[in-house]
Write a protein that binds this ligand. Structure first.
Ligand code: AMP
Ligand code: MN
Ligand code: MN
Length: 322
């Protein structure tokens, strides 16, 4: 895929990522945005995203993001539209902008988005992150510290700071090149990945306290209901990282964390170490993701949801001879 070629005749270019934007989503969108602005200073380029967490304000261009709300933005059609880090149906309110664009481009690393959903697709399920894929596509001579900051944050977040198995030699080579621009990477990681507010830590404590081991300790589950979220005055952005923390429990193969998004409706996050393909489990319930990290939305009580999920998790664990 050649971004310069695809965009050369376009006057208006749009970029969006998935709903509830995470570090990779924000990093890849802003990295691509900064790159396109440098490549084509005269073109109109816009990024539309659901409101990202304020921690990402350290990325240049953050204040220029057009925040998506309930209503579809009333703007003329785009000549080229990029959907990053997800499928066409998870663009957080920008779906119509993507569908209405003359040329659609999809850059993603989710297995559940096989083949891609654009006229041009760069979908690599083995890549650590969409930010790594954007890094592959940008011309070296145009890279700078601002683009490097955006892409480094994206790669670091999706690899759990270079710990997850999706980290490859290529990922580390990209990271090495990106830090060569002199970016303050220890601070960026500390402030966007590890640091938590007091209430974020408190609610994580609640989730840990109330977590339960099931399937002889091979699976750990926990949840936060609406009432608790209201009590601590937190939103979904404050719950980022809880599933990875419970997953650290020794002996577990699989972790499930869920929080109530409306009455008896839960956003479910799944993580696994080695034996369970959680993308497959999430896909059974209309979600998706990666083999080791996936998500979906499910209805019912906490126990209904857990019962429905564990049938499929257990099936895979038994199949693996665990
Ligand atoms: P999360 O648990 O929300 O952090 O998501 C883990 C991974 O699965 C991320 O890469 C998400 O983009 C992806 N994911 C989460 N929910 C869905 C969904 N409903 N459909 C497709 N992919 C999802
Ligand atoms: Mn993502
Ligand atoms: Mn990603």
């Amino acid at each position: 895929m050649n971004i310069r070629e695809i965009c050369k005749d376009a006057e208006r270019i749009g970029i969006s990522g998935h709903i509830r934007p995470d570090g990779d989503c924000v990093g890849s969108c802003l990295g691509l945005y900064l790159y396109l602005k440098k490549l084509f200073p005269k073109k109109e380029i816009k990024v539309f995203l659901e409101k990202p967490a304020d921690i990402f304000s350290c990325i240049r261009g953050f204040d220029e993001i057009e925040i998506l709300g309930e209503e579809v933005p009333q703007v003329p059609p785009f000549d080229v539209y990029f959907a990053l880090d997800g499928r066409r149906d998870r663009l957080g309110g920008a779906e119509a902008l993507y569908e209405g664009a003359k040329v659609k481009v999809n850059i993603d690393h989710h297995v559940s988005n096989e083949g891609g959903c654009g006229d041009y697709n760069h979908v690599e399920p083995d890549a650590s992150s969409t930010s790594e894929l954007v890094y592959d596509l940008v011309e070296d001579k145009l890279l700078d510290a601002d683009i490097a900051t955006a892409l480094y944050i994206g790669i670091a977040h999706d690899t759990g700071v270079f710990r997850y198995s999706c980290t490859s030699p290529k990922t580390l080579q990209a990271a090495a090149k990106l830090i060569s621009f002199g970016i303050d990477f220890p601070r960026l990681i500390e402030e966007t990945f590890f640091e938590k507010t007091y209430v974020q830590n408190q609610i994580m404590g609640r989730a840990l306290l109330e977590s339960m081991l099931i399937m002889d300790g091979r699976c750990i589950v926990s949840y936060i209901d609406r009432k608790t979220m209201d009590f601590y005055q937190v939103t979904s952005k404050d719950l980022e990282g809880i599933v990875s923390q419970i997953k650290l429990t020794k002996g577990t193969e699989c972790a499930v964390f869920m929080y109530e998004i409306s009455t008896l409706e839960y956003k479910v996050s799944l993580r696994s170490t080695e034996k369970v393909d959680v993308a497959k489990v999430a896909e059974m319930f209309g979600g998706g993701g990666h083999v080791r990290a996936a998500g979906c939305t499910m209805n019912g009580t906490f126990h209904d949801v857990i019962n429905n999920l564990t049938v499929h998790i257990e099936e895979q664990l038994e199949g693996a001879g665990a």
